[in-house]
Design a protein around this ligand. Structure first.
Ligand SMILES: [Zn+2]
Length: 167
């Protein structure tokens, strides 16, 4: 699937999360800036799995890391530059449709990141966990579009039947 398709999948994933979240928030409106941010995070999640190949997702990933490196340098947080360097190089060591296209990685990685960042920045705890939910929704939409229902953890015969229905 090309990137406009994944952007479309991300918009659908975002709409589903918002539709599920609105009743939970008892109808409280969310700010336009907040909605724009959550949408951006979902779309980033939708493009993220393809960082393992030359793609829009990899470009976005590198631009975000570059901005992160600039911020860290400005704030003299030099110890954080080494992990950023590793994250910059990592996509070149992955095979296409490898680990970034596995449901267990795409769900556990944002949670682990949220756990770490939530401890480091407790004031932003809720926003960080919400971001991980939107990111995961976007990333799962990517897998759904790449594979159909085959990526879901289910018995092989059911997966085969579903992939016949969706192909
Ligand atoms: Zn992909």
């Amino acid at each position: 699937m090309n990137y406009p398709g994944h952007i479309g999948g991300g918009v659908i994933a975002f709409s589903i999360i918002i539709a599920l979240a609105i009743p939970a928030r008892f109808g409280q409106p969310c700010s336009a800036v907040g909605m724009g941010m959550w949408l951006g995070i979902t779309l980033f999640g939708a493009l993220f799995p393809d960082i393992d190949v030359h793609s829009k997702g990899r470009k976005v990933w590198h631009r975000l890391l570059f901005c992160g490196a600039l911020l860290m340098t400005y704030h003299r947080q030099y110890q954080l530059l080494a992990p950023l360097l590793l994250l910059t190089a990592a996509p070149y060591m992955l095979k296409h449709r490898g680990i970034t296209h596995r449901w267990w990685f795409i769900t556990s990685m944002p949670l682990a990141g949220a756990w770490y960042l939530g401890h480091a920045y407790p004031l932003w705890h809720n926003e960080i966990y919400l971001s991980s939910i939107f990111f995961t929704a976007g990333a799962l939409s990517h897998l759904a579009l790449d594979y159909g229902p085959r990526w879901l953890p289910m018995p092989k015969n059911i997966a085969r039947l579903l992939s016949k229905l969706f192909s």
